[in-house]
Design a protein around this ligand. Structure first.
Ligand code: URA
Length: 223
């Protein structure tokens, strides 16, 4: 990217953030380091509100709810999935169907509570018939995901499945080769995991996936 397009892209992103209601944007662009818990929660709510009537991509046409994400605004661990399915679309909450039940079980298995972490997706609206999210849809939704991560500033991001993993690492290495290994998202450690739906299809993957999640929790505790 040349200088002029980098500036344009930054200008657009800043305009988006302003439109989305960011109140405490610091000149460095590092938004949340000096935010109080209350301010951070308030900012996340502003971002959620700005997503509520989003029409940035075609997924808005078929959705029942925008599934923004949920959890602790101060979470050390953020889970990023692919996109809402039918149950999530109906309830407006991430990971509440069969995959979600497995994810919740995995979270408790490693000694955490679902309420302690933050859970969201690359796209916030359900792709019709649970098809894969398309690049233009992921692009359109990216400011929401980036905004969530920038505000929460987790110690570790756990990506669930290949879409979230490839999107946030910029790599296209097979997900099975990436699982459990540390990558960087900016300055944040990122650990890819198999998507719970993939684990449900092959439960022999569950113990290894829990081990990988334990690794992520150990990194959180070591920071
Ligand atoms: N699968 C996802 O990737 N996200 C959800 O919220 C539910 C299922």
């Amino acid at each position: 990217m040349d200088n002029a397009s980098a500036k344009d892209s930054l200008r657009n992103y800043l305009a988006f953030l302003k439109e989305a209601g960011f109140l405490y944007l610091t000149p460095s662009g590092k938004k949340s380091g000096d935010l109080s818990t209350h301010q951070r929660a308030e900012q996340l709510e502003a971002l959620r509100a700005s997503a509520a009537d989003c029409t940035r991509c075609k997924l808005c046409q078929g959705r029942t709810h925008v599934v923004f994400g949920e959890g602790n605004p101060n979470a050390d661990l953020v889970f990023v999935g692919e996109g809402p399915g039918a149950d999530e679309d109906a309830q407006g909450r991430p990971f509440v169907g069969r995959s979600g039940q497995l994810l919740t079980k995995m979270i408790t298995e490693v000694g955490l509570q679902r309420e302690e972490v933050f859970i969201c997706n690359v796209v916030k609206c359900r792709p019709p018939g649970n098809r894969d999210p398309e690049v233009d849809e992921m692009d359109a939704c990216e400011p929401f995901l980036k905004g969530q991560i920038a505000l929460i500033q987790p110690k570790v991001i756990v990506t669930l499945g290949r879409f979230a993993t490839h999107r946030l690492t910029g790599l296209d290495t097979p997900i099975t080769k990436m699982c459990g290994h540390p990558y960087l998202y900016g300055e944040t450690t990122l650990i890819p995991l198999l998507h719970p739906a993939a684990v449900l299809r092959n439960m022999s993957q569950l113990p290894g996936t829990i081990e990988n999640l334990k690794r992520a929790v150990e990194i959180v505790r070591s920071k």
